[in-house]
Design a protein around this ligand. Structure first.
Ligand SMILES: [Zn+2]
Ligand SMILES: [Zn+2]
Ligand SMILES: [Zn+2]
Length: 503
């Protein structure tokens, strides 16, 4: 028996974990066999990892679709494509993504519309799509009836969305190793480089938190109001494709400025220095590659900042260049993945297309276990709640792994400052220039040993409104603030302000 047959036997015997292992072994030998991907998708559904089933089913389809489009296919190929899209839709529906489930079937109709194929009932598939659309409509109505009160939504989420929310996958041993002394020491060194040694990182505990201990920043001496605690340059900067901006730091450059010296690479940088840094960090892995297809996916996604996917791409490029798993990148290892495992759904099915395309571009074999789909999803979830600043006005994004260490308080003793908010304070018009670094400064006197907090709802979302409110309004724990913390950052604030106002 080959691995697929062994997997099939285990599946029939309802030994789904064994089936998953057999299909995975098979994928390592023959990754181009769509049957293995499609069957592993079904196994992931049984194992209750529908979000992973989505990726496998989509991958099976990406192997089959070109054949169908070119007309050079056998009936078995078309039958398997139908089965795989149907599984993808089923998995999406299990994640409450009913609209996405309908789009998956629509995608199938557009490619194979009613071509007769044994074992496929097109009418049944159309009914299935209608059912998903109906479910989507009912869900939307349900959410509308709850009003804009997302606070209630979080309370009710168990009733509405049956899909479990996980901090980490059970096999993700790295998430247990996240707060080890070794990883703390490495991050402390990075912190020392950019801070005036007024602060250090430490393990702190929170009442009622799911994690027993979490990283935090502590004052090592008495700090006066206004003192700059650190000035961090982003680890990764991204901007929307096609802009004349430095690939490393986002600085606007003219077309005549420094471009990559390697033949057949057209990437531009603002200086030798930025080229060197980018070459050492990630550029070697993507130098000279044609990114058009990847950018086309990003450009399709305008309203939900598709550029956040480019941060994931650069993280994968760093990992490829270092020949390690993205979760082992020391600079970001400490980031805590707060968000629900379906958070990437905001990008729709294109988040999956993006994954498949980035693996091709970086020349990573799709079966390489260091870059599996759950790792892609985990990296995505690590970014959203941490210090990735997206500025929709300049269409840029930046990842600040050290500022991510600060915990939240609605009445914080420190704040993020940057050139943008400073110039707004001075009454200057909003500068549409990218931000090159972000400082954290003491908002009031801080005593030695005190934990240093920032307010996530003021600094992290660089929309015009939040930048303005950052300067005019000091702080406040409104219901809206608490909702934002729950829905975006995934925790219920227990700070003194929230405690007093929740009564
Ligand atoms: Zn630059
Ligand atoms: Zn290059
Ligand atoms: Zn609070």
């Amino acid at each position: 028996m080959n691995y697929r047959e062994k997997g099939n036997k285990a599946f029939v015997d309802k030994e789904f974990e064994t089936a998953r292992q057999e299909y995975t072994k098979g994928i390592e030998v023959t990754p181009e066999d769509p049957r293995l991907w499609s069957n592993r998708a079904q196994t992931f559904i049984k194992l209750e990892y529908p979000e992973l089933a989505v990726v496998d089913a989509a991958y099976a389809c990406s192997l089959l679709e070109p054949k169908i489009i070119s007309g050079e296919y056998e009936n078995a190929d078309l039958a398997l494509l139908c089965k795989s899209r149907w599984r993808e839709a089923e998995a999406l529906a299990k994640c409450n993504g009913f609209d996405l489930a309908a789009s998956a079937l629509e995608r199938l109709f557009q490619i194979a519309y009613r071509r007769p194929v044994a074992g496929v009932d097109w009418n049944a598939l159309e009914c299935e799509k209608d059912r998903y659309l109906k479910e989507h409509y009912q869900n939307t109505m349900l959410l509308n009836n709850l009003g804009s009160d997302r606070y209630i939504l979080v309370e009710q989420v168990g009733k509405i969305c049956k899909f479990p929310s996980r901090g980490a996958y059970p096999w993700d041993i790295r998430s247990q190793e996240r707060c080890t002394p070794e990883s703390s020491a490495f991050v402390q060194k990075l912190l020392d480089k950019i801070s005036g040694k007024n602060i250090k990182m430490s393990l702190v505990s929170f009442p009622g938190a799911s994690q027993p201990q979490e990283f935090g920043i502590i004052a090592t001496k008495n700090i006066k109001k206004g003192i700059i605690l650190l000035d961090e340059k982003p680890l990764i900067s991204v901007h929307s494709p096609g802009q004349l901006q430095c690939d490393f730091c986002n600085k606007s450059t003219s077309s005549k400025s420094f471009s990559c010296p390697k033949a057949n690479c057209s990437e531009i940088f603002c200086s030798d220095d930025c080229f060197d840094k980018s070459w050492k960090l990630y550029h070697r892995a993507i130098c000279g590659k044609n990114l058009d297809l990847l950018y086309a996916i990003v450009n399709k996604e305008s309203k939900n900042s598709g550029i956040s996917l480019l941060v994931v791409f650069k993280i994968f490029a760093i990992a490829k260049q270092r020949n390690i798993c993205p979760l082992d990148i020391e600079e970001i290892k400490h980031l805590f993945p707060f968000q629900h495992s379906t958070s990437w759904f905001q990008h729709g099915l294109m988040a999956i297309d993006f994954y498949i395309e980035l693996m091709k571009l970086l020349e990573i074999p799709i079966f390489d276990s260091r870059y599996e789909s759950w790792i892609y999803l985990t990296i995505y979830r690590k970014l959203k709640p941490n210090s990735v600043f997206f500025n929709p006005l300049t269409s840029t994004g930046q990842l600040y792994p050290i500022i991510s260490l600060f915990n939240h308080d609605c009445n914080p003793n420190a704040r993020c400052s940057d050139d943008t908010s400073k110039s707004i304070q001075r009454g200057e018009p909003f500068p549409f220039a990218p931000i090159l670094s972000t400082r954290v400064e003491a908002a009031r006197n801080i005593k030695k040993g005190e934990q240093v907090f920032i307010n996530y709802t003021l600094g992290h979302d660089f929309s015009v409104l939040s930048v303005v409110s950052n300067t005019v309004k000091s702080s406040g724990s409104t219901k809206k603030t608490r909702q934002l913390l729950e829905t975006t950052y995934g925790f219920r604030c227990k700070c003194s302000m929230c405690d007093s106002s929740s009564n």
